[in-house]
Design a protein around this ligand. Sequence first.
Ligand SMILES: Nc1ncnc2c1ncn2[C@@H]1O[C@H](COP(=O)(O)OP(=O)(O)OP(=O)(O)O)[C@@H](O)[C@H]1O
Length: 363
Amino acid sequence: MISSPSAPAQSHALAIRSVSMSYGAENVLNDISVDLAPGQVLGLLGPSGCGKTTLLRLISGLLLPDAGEIEIAGGKVAVPEAGIALPPEKRGLGMVFQDYALWPHMSVARNVAFPLQMKRVGAAECKERVAKALDRVGLGAMAERRPSDLSGGQQQRVAIARAIVAEPPLVLFDEPLSNLDRELRETMVEEIADLVAELNLSAVYVTHDHSEALTLSDHVAVMRGGRIEQTASPHDLVNHPATSAVADFLRLGCLMPVARVADGWTIEGTGLVLPEGAFEGAQAQVLLPEKALRLGASGPSTLKTTVVRAQTRSTGQALTLRVTGTPHLIRLSSSSPVKAGDMLDLSFSPEDLRWFPISDQPT
Ligand SMILES: Nc1ncnc2c1ncn2[C@@H]1O[C@H](COP(=O)(O)OP(=O)(O)OP(=O)(O)O)[C@@H](O)[C@H]1O
């Protein structure tokens, strides 16, 4: 039996349980589980090839999982074991793609009206709702234009208006800003954040850009090699990365191997001794979070570094420093002028370090 995604009991906008999926012999998603509460945004973040798009296609119904269960707004939409496989058009989702996917021969208004026409909404109500959706994205005056007469950013706003016009239970964003230049991306990420908050939308937002994911999401699932490495709020991800791969992907700071010595641990190659870490074994790795580092030798622990690059930015200088005695690079902002070749001391408090097993290597 197939259940409707608009069933009444809605404890989740989206629930994914132990979903796996292969392309032929290649297993691309492994035991994925995700819960999304109504009115929340889940960011799916990860490097190219980690399985983000495949997971989004499973949610949309363009692909079916090999195992597991997907529920949207309280209704089961894909359960292979029970023969449940709701097609995309029956899932009632709003979708925004990287390439806008607008119909070039239709006006902006007709593009936006399409989901309402599919639901057989009457002409007068349709006109009103299209006008409202276009106003929300700032395109009220452009209803009669063709998509080709709009800029990339405006075309993506049309696609967003189309995705929200039917007030779907879930909106899927698939790297919607990657075709836009950086300045426009920064503006539009704020606009989308405002829109989802204002309309209390439930959404899944796929991106490989961590600042987009952290800005927009209530929770972020960081994917790696077909698995979810960690799901957490942006604050917890940044402050408590579960693995070194998450820390590395989010570029939270410098990861360095440490080895046990008689009186504690030492950062290999530096001679710097750290107090006891809460770790078994002879080896581990530590994350030196960028935000825990201070220029100068004032802190409890000090590393010697050499400036490899000093690049001017509007906010000061972006420094790349090599930790003396190691190949490890630290990136840091500074307001005091320095140049390549300068030697700098960097201070930190050992309690700000994050410890990970040595086996947990980022790839
Ligand atoms: N149609 C397909 N047939 C075979 N393998 C595929 C197919 N589509 C994707 N893959 C493989 O599945 C894995 C996951 O791909 P997917 O597109 O989901 O990753 P992604 O995280 O979205 O990457 P990107 O950010 O580059 O879009 C990759 O190894 C990819 O090569």
